[in-house]
Each structure stands twice: as structure tokens, then as C-alpha cells.
Design a protein around this ligand. Structure first.
Ligand code: 5GP
Ligand code: ZN
Length: 113
């Protein structure tokens, strides 16, 4: 995906503060954090949103959940608490159409919606 921002981060064409990387998944700090900890966990494969996730991606998404858990521990918010959010489509406010999980913590978060 030539023009996808997060694919460019995967290819290291755009810099990011990467805190986890393996062959399937990358995690990096959000450029505009909404809390002291705000990390994005993405698949390296370009999948635009949850709407395009297929049964064969089940293992990948399970792995992303484990990476979210690991980065929350490394960021020091596993015990204080954090939120894992995946925005999908216009009403969610999704702006980058390469699916990603936000890991947000480090302060008390307000109720959803
Ligand atoms: P969305 O609204 O699509 O769920 O979230 C996109 C997120 O990507 C936003 O929180 C935004 O701050 C973040 N973001 C946008 N551009 C960049 C960038 O170039 N680098 C990083 N690290 N994060 C970005
Ligand atoms: Zn992409």
C-alpha cells in the first residue's frame, strides 16, 4: 500500500518511536497522545479496518492482543489500567485506514461515549 501512512511506518519511510516489532506486528507511540501512555499496535499487513478482517487473520489479531498486553506492561500501566480501542469507520472517528489498536493509559479515563 504505497500511500498508507502506517505502511510507510512499517517500511521505516516515516520515523516513529517504535516500542515493539516482530515479523507480523509493530507498536509505536502515537504522535498526538491523549494520555501519558498512548501506543498504537498495528499489523504489518495492510488491513484497512475491522471490516476487512477475515477468519485467517484470527491468529494475527490474537497476537496483537498479546502485544498490547506486553507494551502495557513495559509502559507501566498494566496494574493501573488501560484501554485498548480499535476505531472502525466514520462514526468511530477512524482517520488512518490501516487497522490499529490504541493502548491508552497513565491517567483515569472517562467513560466511553
Ligand atoms: P484513528 O483515529 O484512525 O483510530 O487513530 C489514528 C491515530 O494515529 C491518531 O491517534 C493519530 O494521532 C495517530 N497518528 C497519525 N499520524 C501519525 C504519525 O505520523 N505517526 C504516529 N506515531 N501517529 C500518528
Ligand atoms: Zn497500510
Amino acid at each position: 500500500m504505497d500511500n498508507c501512512l502506517f505502511c510507510k511506518i512499517v517500511r521505516k519511510e516515516i520515523p516513529a518511536k517504535i516500542c515493539y516489532e516482530d515479523e507480523r506486528v509493530m507498536a509505536f507511540h502515537d504522535i498526538n497522545p491523549v494520555a501519558p501512555v498512548h501506543i498504537l499496535v498495528i499489523p504489518k499487513e495492510h488491513i484497512p479496518s475491522m471490516n476487512e478482517v477475515a477468519p485467517e487473520n484470527a491468529g494475527l489479531f490474537g497476537h496483537m492482543a498479546l502485544v498490547a498486553k506486553q507494551v502495557s506492561e513495559e509502559a507501566g500501566v498494566a496494574e493501573s489500567g488501560y484501554r485498548v480501542v480499535i476505531n472502525n469507520g466514520p462514526d468511530s472517528g477512524q482517520v488512518v485506514f490501516h487497522v490499529h489498536a490504541h493502548v491508552i493509559g497513565g491517567r483515569a479515563l472517562s467513560n466511553l461515549c
